[in-house]
Design a protein around this ligand. Structure first.
Ligand SMILES: [Zn+2]
Length: 863
């Protein structure tokens, strides 16, 4: 699954409301034959299934999963069987009266269920056609524990079985699933009966069914048919994804050493949104929310285009890593998600070298992981999940981003070829099966002829970020001797404890050969590296650690900054910025690095600095001091803005285009007059022509306009939103209505939540967007309207969603309010997200206290 970016940023980790037990075992489902008949109008469905099972030893009960289903018939080997539903455990318990003998049996059920309005189980996506008529697409979302809302089944990843799915669709619609249909039969009432081919052995969370008024376009990649399925009228916007998927399929067939095993791979675009995820790797039928898959050349930015590649690469990697070989239990979810996230950049480095994914991996992904891992609220990558629903908590930044960073560190330590051969033997050995993490370490160790587990375990079983400190550096007989110690890096004092890792690291004198070391233990370690001069620690920034230099060594880095590799330049900016926030060194060191940037520096450096300065601006209390810092940031970034200009030039690189987006966003947020004037002019043009804003700057220009909107501006935006028929554009306008700075307008935005103008997912995204600028207002609103808010987001997202709204608050009372909310409304086991939000806020407060004086002083300084 591709986790929603908004969820990562707000650290509003999904935590479900109920603890649910694991199945007792002893019974294995072999194959399912499932027929589901949706009634899209009534938002209900009916289902029937037969399940072939194997009973290991005679048993008095059979237990499987079901949630929110009304079971009308249950039979065992053709005879009615007594049953009860345990709603709290989400289990269906069959009690046949006599013992069920060991061996093969057949179960059959009939039931009815509900079609949901948000993405859990079978759900509806409502949108309007180009002519303004209403349309409804039905799709499923089952990860992690929601297949049981579709049919009674063994809904845990280790119970792999074969699925044959059938359904009935209206005559003017098309149904689609994991496998191609084997028959489509027109019925007397005009509907069409679909029966899809049997899937290979797979986990229940990877099942998929959808239907709607859609178009499908295909391309062949070797033996595999790759398809794009979209609502009618936009299938051509899938061309970009289709072309990338074709390249990726060839790339992955080779990388994993196993050909993609299904006859087809569809990528389905749903014109909706979720607060939880962006895309889901259902085997052979990957589901995406539309902006993650369809490239609208008239409206999408360069970063939007790159995001599409990233998400497609992520979900396609899962077709092997996750679908073909699956974690045994949710404890090891990180391996699925860390690997797929790492593969986004790995494949991009090879297929789109102009994007410099190796550098963005350092500046964005690695920084993201280090950031979430630097407070006391963090946790080890591998956590024991006792109950199925605790899995919701596992979909967080640590699982995805730190998982990715650790996989990347192992690849750079072992070497790319050795690492790949370990992955190939893991795939060959465990295809169609389930694994635990140690089984991957074993294959990598065999390939590398060295034990991988000791290093890997240090990073997966303990929380936190290593801090490698250079205590001395001297030139001895033509070589450099470096003294290193280690500890733990953190923003908050309580997390700064003595802790050690085995940290594999490369270091080098600029222009000289590398030295490879493993920093271990707490004592001083002496390392010799060839040559004398400027020493770069963690060269390439492949290792998951922060590094601190001695003052002379740091001065040398600044002096030689232009000679460093881009990854090291970005990593130095990231480390120095974080080290100042952590109180490990003065902010001056960071500014000395910024001062080493010039007009010719990579756009990625300026993009990184823009993000960091924007962060610093928020560290100073509102008022004259904040205004002075904002003005200084604008002065610092204006030369870069002048260089890239507002309009894209035809021959510019992708990095220039993404830098322009960031600069417009940051300068717009700070109220830069030039950006505001431009946004107003372009918005006025947009009211006459919906494509008036050039695509490369459309999103950031609209963001700047909306943030700084006056009452009249906001009314105009609302009118545009209500009139908009394109569902993706409409979703983006709804979000913009919430980002306003003006209090009164934010309140107007909240009033829209009780109107019937928008869908439930649109309202959820509007509420979250209000929280960007008005966290207190959004949180208070959600608490006061909890019943309403609970209808807007998926069950699995509810517990973390409300706490996350308050996360950006500066009010000292907010952490207490979040705790009180959790205590009053959530069971103990569902309070993890609220606790983490509170600890992240405490860390932020600590950082503010530490550096806001220095930031304010920088704002007052000249230049
Ligand atoms: Zn994923």
């Amino acid at each position: 699954m591709k986790f929603s970016l908004a969820a990562v940023l707000l650290s509003a980790v999904a935590t479900p409301a109920f603890a649910v037990g694991q199945l007792p075992g002893g019974v294995t489902p072999l194959n399912y034959d499932i027929m589901v008949r949706p009634d899209a109008k009534a938002m209900t469905f009916s289902g029937e299934e037969t399940i072939a099972i194997e009973v290991a030893k005679a048993s008095k009960t059979i237990v499987l999963n079901a949630a929110d289903l009304k079971i009308s018939r249950a039979t065992l080997d053709g005879k009615p069987v007594a049953f009860r539903l345990d709603a709290a455990k989400q289990q269906l318990v069959l009690t046949p009266g006599t013992s069920v003998s060991a061996g093969k049996h057949t179960l059959a059920f009939a039931w009815t269920g509900t079609i949901n309005t948000s993405a859990a189980g079978l759900f509806a996506i409502d949108y309007t056609n180009k002519d303004g008529s209403a349309a409804r697409m039905l799709v499923t979302q089952f990860e992690a524990p929601d297949a049981r809302r579709f049919a009674p089944l063994w809904d845990e990843p280790a119970y792999k079985a074969r699925f044959t799915i059938s359904t009935v669709a209206p005559g003017d619609q098309t149904a689609f699933s994991n496998m191609p249909p084997t028959s489509v039969t027109k019925q007397a009432d005009g509907t069409r009966l679909y029966r899809f081919a049997e899937t290979p052995k797979m986990s229940s969370y990877l099942m998929f069914l959808g239907m709607g008024d859609v178009e499908r376009k295909t391309v062949m990649a070797g033996e595999t048919e790759i398809g794009i399925i979209t609502r009618r009228g936009v299938v051509d916007q899938g061309d970009y994804s289709l072309a990338q998927a074709k390249r990726l399929l060839t790339y992955y067939n080779d990388y994993f050493g196993q050909p993609y095993p299904l006859p087809k791979l569809d990528m389905i675009a749903g014109p909706g949104s979720s607060q939880f995820f962006g895309a889901m790797e259902n085997w052979g039928a990957i589901f995406y929310f539309e902006p993650e898959l369809l490239y609208d050349a008239k409206r999408a930015t360069q970063s939007g285009k790159q995001r599409i590649f990233t998400v497609v690469a992520h979900e396609m990697a899962h077709q092997w890593f996750g679908d073909l070989v699956t974690m045994n239990w949710w404890d090891d979810l990180w391996l699925n998600e860390g690997f797929a996230s790492w593969m986004e950049n790995k494949s991009s480095i090879d297929l789109n070298p102009e994007w410099h994914a190796d550098a963005t991996a350092v500046a964005q992904d690695r920084e993201g992981a280090l950031q979430v891992d630097s407070t006391v609220g963090t946790h080890p990558i591998i956590r024991h999940v006792e109950t199925v629903d605790q899995i919701g908590q596992a979909f967080d930044g640590i699982t995805y981003m730190k998982g990715q960073a650790v996989i990347g560190m192992l690849e750079s330590t072992l070497g790319a070829d050795i690492f790949r051969s370990g992955i190939r033997s893991y795939m060959a050995k465990y295809k169609y099966g389930n694994t635990v993490t140690d089984q991957l370490w074993t294959e990598l160790s065999t390939a590398a002829k060295m034990p991988v587990a000791p290093i890997a375990n240090d990073f997966t079983l303990q929380p936190g970020v290593p801090l490698v400190t250079m205590t001395d550096m001297r030139c001895v007989a033509g070589n450099t001797q470096v003294s290193l110690t280690q500890g733990r890096f953190a923003y908050d004092a309580s997390a700064k404890q003595a802790q050690t890792w085995r940290v594999p690291m490369t270091l080098a004198v600029v222009g000289q050969a590398d030295a490879h070391v493993t920093v271990r233990g707490a004592g001083v370690q002496s390392v010799t590296t060839p040559g004398c001069g400027t020493v770069v620690l963690n060269r390439g920034k492949g290792s998951y650690t922060r590094t601190v230099y001695t003052a002379p060594a740091h001065a040398a880095i600044v002096r030689d900054f232009g000679r460093l590799a881009l990854t090291d330049q970005l990593g130095t900016l990231g480390d120095d910025f974080a080290l100042a926030k952590g109180g490990n060194q003065q902010l001056d060191r960071y500014f000395s690095v910024v001062g080493a940037l010039g007009a010719g520096s990579s756009p990625l450096l300026w993009q990184t600095v823009a993000g960091q300065l924007s962060d610093l601006g928020g560290r100073v209390p509102k008022g004259p001091a904040r205004d002075a810092v904002s003005a200084k940031i604008i002065r610092t970034l204006q030369p870069a803005m002048a260089r890239v200009g507002f309009m894209a030039s035809p021959d510019e690189g992708a990095l220039t285009a993404t830098l322009r987006e960031t600069l417009i966003s940051v300068l717009g947020d700070l109220g830069d007059p030039a950006v505001l004037a431009r946004s107003r002019t372009l918005f006025a043009a947009l009211q006459k022509n919906s494509d008036a804003i050039p695509a490369p700057i459309r999103a950031p220009i609209l963001g700047a306009f909306a943030q700084n909107a006056t009452a009249a501006d906001w009314e105009a935006l609302l009118a545009l939103t209500v009139a908009e028929k394109n569902p993706v554009t409409k979703n983006s306008y709804v979000r913009l209505l919430g980002v306003v700075k003006e209090d009164a307008l934010a309140r107007r935005a909240l009033d829209l939540l009780t109107s019937d103008r928008f869908t439930a997912p649109q309202k959820a995204s509007l509420l979250r967007s209000v929280a960007n600028e008005h966290p207190d207002m959004a949180f208070d609103y959600a608490v006061a309207h909890l019943a309403l808010v609970n209808t807007l987001v998926e069950t699995s997202t509810r517990a973390g969603f409300v706490a996350g709204l308050g996360a950006g608050s500066d009010d000292p009372a907010m952490p207490g309010k979040i705790k009180a909310f959790a205590a009053a409304n959530l069971p103990v086991e569902a309070r993890g997200a609220a606790d983490r939000t509170v600890s992240t806020m405490a860390a932020r407060r600590m950082v503010d206290a530490r550096i806001s004086g220095d930031v304010a002083a920088w704002g007052r300084s000249g230049g």
